[in-house]
Ligand binder design. Structure first.
Ligand code: MG
Length: 259
C-alpha cells in the first residue's frame, strides 16, 4: 500500500475512534468500557503449581543450565541434580541465575531433609535472595529454614524477610515434606543521584498461605545492623548454601514470570 493512503487510513481510524468515544452518552455503560490494549494470551499450567506458557523455567529437574556459581559466575553451578531434584552442595557455595530480573512472579519448591539435625538457625538453613546485588549473601533474603517446631528469632524463621519482617503465620510443613513459596517481587527503583525512588515490595505465599502482604523492604538484608539500600539495576536470583552443619536442603520446580 502506498504510504499516503496508509497514513490517511490511519488518521481516519483514529478520527472514528475519537468520534465514537466522544459521542457515547455519559450515562451509557459503554462510556467506561476499555477494549484495548488486549492482554496477551498465555496458556496456564494444567496443574496449579506448574509454569504458565510465558514462564522461564529456571530448574526443570534435569540440569543447572540457568545457574552459575556465585563464587565464580563464569562457572556453572555445581549443586547436585538427581531424580529431578536439586540439592545444595555446601562446599561449592551459593548459586545464582545467569539471567537478571526486575519485577517478577516466582515459584519455588524446597524440602528440608527428614533426617535434619541442629537447632535454631543451624537447622535446614538456606535462603532465596530475591535480588542478588553482589557476591556472598548480598541482596534481599527470603529465609528458608526448618521452622517446624524449631524456635529462633521470628524475623529469621522460614518465610521471614530476614531481619525485617516475620511471616504473618508459620505455615511450615514437617521435615521431609515438600514446601512451596510463591512470590511477587517489585524491585526497588533509584534516582539518578543514587537515592531511593521507591522501595522493594514483596508478597509471599508459603504452601498457598499468605505470609508477606506487599511489605516494603527497608533495604538489603544485613546480618549485623540496620538494613539500607544501595543503588542497583536488574539482578540475578540467588540460592543460599548456608554454612551450618545440618543436612543440605533440596529444591525443585523453579520458574519465573517477568512482570
Ligand atoms: Mg538463610
Amino acid at each position: 500500500m502506498n504510504k499516503k493512503i496508509h497514513l490517511s487510513l490511519l488518521a481516519l481510524a483514529l478520527f472514528s475512534f475519537c468520534y465514537a468515544q466522544t459521542t457515547i452518552p455519559a450515562d451509557s455503560p459503554a462510556k467506561t468500557e476499555v477494549w484495548t490494549p488486549v492482554p496477551k494470551i498465555i496458556t496456564p499450567a494444567a496443574n496449579g503449581t506448574g509454569p504458565a506458557s510465558d514462564a522461564i523455567v529456571l530448574f526443570d529437574g534435569k540440569n543447572l543450565e540457568e545457574w552459575v556459581s556465585t563464587n565464580n559466575i563464569k562457572t556453572n553451578a555445581k549443586w547436585k541434580v538427581e531424580d529431578g531434584i536439586l540439592t545444595v552442595d555446601k562446599t561449592s557455595g551459593n548459586i545464582q541465575t545467569k539471567r537478571s530480573f526486575t519485577d517478577y512472579q516466582l515459584h519455588i519448591e524446597w524440602r528440608v531433609p527428614a533426617n535434619i539435625t541442629g537447632s535454631g538457625q543451624a537447622r535446614g538453613n538456606s535462603g532465596l535472595f530475591l535480588a542478588s546485588t553482589g557476591g556472598g549473601d548480598a541482596g534481599y533474603e527470603l529465609q528458608i529454614l526448618d521452622s517446624y517446631q524449631n524456635e529462633t528469632y521470628v524475623n529469621g524463621q522460614a518465610g521471614s524477610i530476614y531481619k525485617q519482617y516475620p511471616p504473618l503465620v508459620n505455615a511450615s510443613r514437617k521435615p521431609g515434606e515438600w514446601q512451596a513459596y510463591d512470590i511477587i517481587w517489585t524491585a526497588p527503583r533509584f534516582n539518578e543521584d543514587s537515592t531511593l525512588k521507591s522501595p522493594a515490595k514483596v508478597t509471599v505465599f508459603h504452601n498457598q498461605v499468605l505470609i508477606q502482604n506487599n511489605v516494603e523492604l527497608k533495604g538489603e538484608t544485613r546480618y549485623i545492623g540496620a538494613p539500607y539500600y544501595k543503588k542497583h539495576g536488574a539482578c540475578p536470583i540467588k540460592l543460599q548454601a548456608h554454612g551450618d552443619k545440618s543436612e543440605p536442603l533440596s529444591f525443585r520446580n523453579i520458574w519465573i514470570r517477568e512482570l
